[in-house]
Ligand binder design. Structure first.
Ligand code: GLY
Ligand code: MN
Ligand code: MN
Length: 432
C-alpha cells in the first residue's frame, strides 16, 4: 500500500473513532455493536445471491464481503472485531489485508457464528432480523436507535480524504473498463461481450460489481435500468450506453458513457456531444453552498436549450421546462450521493435528520442537500426517447418535432455520468 493511502486510512480510522465516541456519548450509549449482515440462501436451496457488507460496518472495515461478523465500538477503546473465520475446508479462510485498520483493532477470529459480547448501555445496528438470537439481543440492547443511525448516516455523507482517494481509485479502475466497452462497440460486439470486456478490463468478477452494469445497445439505451445482456450483436449499431462501476476497498465508482454508432442519425451524435458539454457545465456548478435541487433545475433548463438547439423542440427552452417536456425526456434526477453504497445514505434529509423529500415535480431526485465540502456526488444528465413517457405529449399541441423524435428512438437515449467531490473552493472531478 502506498504511504499516502496508508496514512490516509490511519487518519480515517482516527476520525471515525472520534466521531463515533461523540455520537455514542451524545445519545447516552456506552457501546455500539454493528452486525456485518449475511447472505440468505434462495428458498429451498443452498445457494445465496451476491452479498454486500452493511455500510456502517464497511465504513471501518473496507471489505465488501464480510458476513456473520460483529464490530464493537466503545468511546476511548480500541474497536473489537469479531470476524467469522470458520475452520472450513470447503472455502478459503478469511484473509486480513495489510492495512492500518487491522493494527488499530483487536481482531478476534471466530470459528462459530457468535453473539456479540454486550456491556453497559448498548445499541445494535445492522440486519439482525433473521438471526436466531435476534429476540434475545433485543432484550439486552436498543436495536437500530433512529437518532444514532441518522447521525452515522450523516457522518457517511462527508467523506474523509481517504474515502475520496478510494473513490478516485475506483473511478480509475472503472474507466479502464469503459475504454474497453468503447473498443468492443467499435468492434461490433453484442451486449454480453461488451459486459465481459468491461469486467476483464476493470479487473473484477460480476459478483463484485457495486451495481448491475447497464449495457444497452440501440433502444436498450433508453431503458433506465436495463438489466439484460443480449447474446447476439444487432445488425444496426445506432448507440451504446454503458453505466458501469467498480469498488475499491468498498467505495464505489458509478460512471456512464454513451456512444453514437455508425448507423445513428447525425442528430444523435450531435446530441451526445451536447450532453457531454452539459455534463461538464454541471460539474463546474458543484461547489459548497450550492443547492443540489437548484443544480437539478439548471440541468432541466439546459436540457430545454439542447432540445431547442437540436430542433427536437420548436418552442423555447422555458416552455420546454414549464410544460414538462424536459421531464419526459429526462425522468431521473441529476445525481445522488456516492460512497460505500452507490446511492449513498442521507441524501433526502436536512442536516438535523428531518426529511427533505424530492420536489413533487422531480420525485426521482435522490439528493436534496445543500452541497458541502467532503460530499461526493454523481452528475448524470440524461436525455432519452422513452415511448411511455412521450406518449402523453403526442396528444398535445406542443411543438415537438415528432419525425425527428421517431428517427432518434432507435438510439434509445443518452446519459453521461461523472463522480465529483465537493471541495472547500469548488469541485474535484474524480472521473478521469
Ligand atoms: N448506476 C445507477 C445510477 O446511476 O444511479
Ligand atoms: Mn450510474
Ligand atoms: Mn448514478
Amino acid at each position: 500500500m502506498s504511504t499516502t493511502l496508508f496514512n490516509l486510512q490511519r487518519d480515517h480510522i482516527a476520525h471515525l473513532q472520534q466521531a463515533y465516541s461523540d455520537i455514542l456519548t451524545n445519545h447516552g450509549f456506552d457501546s455500539l455493536a454493528i452486525y456485518s449482515g449475511h447472505a440468505s440462501v434462495y428458498f429451498a436451496d443452498d445457494h445465496a445471491p451476491p452479498f454486500q457488507t452493511y455500510g456502517h460496518f464497511m465504513h471501518w472495515v473496507g471489505l465488501a464481503d464480510v458476513q456473520h461478523s460483529w464490530l464493537i465500538i466503545q468511546p476511548e477503546k480500541r474497536p473489537q472485531l469479531y470476524l467469522y473465520a470458520p475452520a472450513d475446508f470447503w472455502h478459503l479462510p478469511t484473509h486480513l489485508p495489510e492495512e492500518p485498520w487491522v493494527e488499530a483493532f483487536d481482531v478476534h477470529l471466530c470459528s462459530d457464528k457468535i453473539s456479540p459480547p454486550l456491556s453497559g448501555n448498548t445499541a445494535i445496528i445492522g440486519d439482525i432480523e433473521r438471526l436466531a438470537t435476534s429476540a434475545q439481543l433485543a432484550l439486552k440492547a436498543d436495536i437500530h436507535p433512529e437518532p444514532v443511525v441518522k447521525a452515522l448516516d450523516e457522518l457517511r455523507l462527508f467523506k474523509t480524504p481517504y474515502e475520496i482517494t478510494c473513490i478516485r481509485e475506483a473511478n480509475r479502475l472503472a474507466i479502464a473498463g469503459h475504454q474497453a466497452t468503447q473498443a468492443a462497440f467499435i468492434g461490433a460486439a453484442g451486449e454480453l461481450d461488451i459486459q465481459l470486456a468491461y469486467l476483464a478490463a476493470s479487473r473484477q468478477r460480476e459478483s463484485n460489481v457495486p451495481y448491475q452494469n447497464i449495457i444497452g445497445l440501440n433502444e436498450h439505451a433508453g431503458v433506465l435500468h436495463y438489466q439484460h445482456y443480449d447474446l447476439h450483436a444487432p445488425k444496426q449499431r445506432y448507440s451504446l450506453l454503458v453505466d458501469a462501476g467498480r469498488r475499491f476497498r468498498g467505495y464505489c465508482a458509478d460512471i456512464t458513457r454513451t456512444y453514437a454508432g455508425p448507423d445513428a442519425p447525425a442528430a444523435f451524435g450531435e446530441l451526445v456531444t451536447a450532453m457531454k458539454v452539459l455534463k461538464d457545465e454541471l460539474v463546474k456548478g458543484v461547489a459548497p453552498g450550492v443547492s443540489f435541487v437548484a443544480l437539478h433545475e439548471q440541468m432541466h433548463h439546459h436540457l430545454g436549450e439542447i432540445l431547442v438547439a437540436n430542433d427536437v423542440f420548436k418552442g423555447t427552452a422555458e416552455q420546454a421546462v414549464a410544460e414538462g417536456v424536459t421531464r419526459a425526456f429526462c425522468p431521473h434526477g441529476l445525481g445522488h450521493s456516492l460512497g460505500l453504497q452507490v446511492h449513498d445514505v442521507a441524501g433526502l434529509r436536512h442536516p438535523d435528520g428531518t426529511p427533505a423529500p424530492a420536489p413533487e415535480q422531480h420525485p426521482a431526485l435522490r439528493l436534496t442537500r445543500t452541497l458541502r465540502p467532503g460530499m461526493v456526488v454523481t452528475i448524470e444528465p440524461g436525455l432519452y426517447f422513452i415511448a411511455m413517457l412521450l406518449a402523453p405529449l403526442r396528444n398535445t399541441s406542443l411543438p415537438i418535432n415528432w419525425s425527428l423524435v421517431d428517427q432518434l428512438s432507435s438510439c434509445g437515449g443518452i446519459r453521461i455520468e461523472d463522480n465529483v467531490a465537493v471541495t472547500e473552493s469548488g469541485f474535484d472531478n474524480l472521473t478521469p
